[in-house]
Design a protein around this ligand. Structure first.
Ligand code: FMN
Length: 316
């Protein structure tokens, strides 16, 4: 399928190490979006942010850093820092549904303040030094909010509008609103990409059949569950069990040396396994145990057990 494929940001999962290891082992994604960072008023990048964004960590991986803020001066500062680090685009997060974020009017919370969003985009686009893409939901609590939001987005030279067709109040559950996505795509002067619930190559073909004008598809949980999905979209093979095991071992070893200890590495891996376990037949019993993992030895035992005992699902 000749469509631009973008790996969605998944906080806690698609770290620099995940993105780099994924790009080297599986490939197939045209771009990798970082989980968001929220610029502090003091305009400094924290150690943790720098670890994720440092060019040497992302070498060879087409990476788009994502910023979440409602202050234009903070966004402009972040864009300048990203340009200095060598990035060619910066992405604005208008989708995060988390209560702590939306209470501050950021992420999907910004969608409730359309006039302020308009003024923000006006200030950003009058001075920004990099192309800006926007990742958005279709509203906060009602799809009736969408036309006003689209009217705003269409006034600015957004390099790509990535639409996750759910409301903030739906978080990541329930059916997507494809009719709202159609509205976003119709007569859009800016490229519009689709994001949401793409788990198999057929899900992507369905979207492309219904919306041939999309500029790309963005895949999140589907790629955490099946890291070979972007490759499969290009006609490449499904992931084999050895390949998956090399992937998880590479990540675990990489986290252990980055964190200097196995405990936090096992916690990181647990978050990935929440999705990856779906690739295995009969994974439910392991999924429960994995969610409760505390000690790294326990993690290692479970990981070995999964690869020894469980067959890969046939549709993988
Ligand atoms: C655990 C988790 C973390 C996420 N972190 C981010 C994030 O940092 N930035 C962002 O724009 N979206 C984030 N998202 C949303 C995803 O990028 C994506 O929009 C959403 O999962 C729907 O796409 P999917 O069905 O392909 O996963 C996150 C979602 C999940 C489940």
């Amino acid at each position: 399928m000749a469509v631009r494929t973008e790996l969605a940001p998944l906080e806690g999962i698609t770290t620099w190490l995940f993105r780099r290891t994924h790009a080297r082992m599986f490939g197939g994604a045209d771009r990798y979006f970082t989980p968001f960072f929220s610029p502090a008023a003091e305009h400094i990048l924290t150690k943790k942010e720098l670890r994720d964004l440092a060019p040497e960590q992302n070498a060879g991986v087409p990476t788009v850093p994502q910023v979440m803020t409602r202050r234009a001066e903070d966004f402009l500062w972040a864009a300048e820092r990203m340009a200095e680090l060598g990035y060619g685009e910066v992405n604005l997060n208008l989708g995060c549904p988390s209560g702590t974020v939306t209470a501050k009017g950021k992420g999907a919370g910004f969608l409730l303040r359309p006039d302020e969003l308009d003024a923000f985009l006006d200030a950003v686009f009058s001075r920004v030094c990099l192309p800006v893409s926007v990742k958005t939901r279709i509203g906060y609590r009602d799809t009736a909010e969408l036309p006003r939001l689209l009217e705003i987005f269409r006034r600015y030279p957004i390099c790509e509008l990535i639409v996750h067709p759910r409301l903030r109040e739906e978080f990541y559950r329930g059916p997507v609103h494809l009719d709202a996505f159609a509205q976003a795509l119709a007569d859009s002067p800016v490229p519009v990409a689709y994001n949401g619930d793409l788990k198999k190559p057929e899900d992507v073909s369905d979207i492309l059949r219904r919306f041939p004008a999309v500029s790309g598809v963005m895949i999140g949980r589907g790629a955490a569950a099946d890291p070979a999905l972007p490759r499969r979209l290009r006609g490449g093979p499904a992931a084999g069990r050895e390949e998956l095991q090399t992937f998880t071992r590479t990540l675990y070893d990489g986290y252990r040396s980055a964190y200097g200890s196995a405990g936090p590495a096992a916690q990181r891996m647990k978050e990935l396994w929440f999705y990856l376990i779906e690739r295995f037949d009969g994974g439910e019993k392991y999924a429960k145990k994995m969610r409760r993992v505390k000690a790294p030895e326990e993690y290692e035992r479970l990981e070995s057990g999964i690869f020894q005992e469980l067959p890969l699902r046939r549709d993988a």
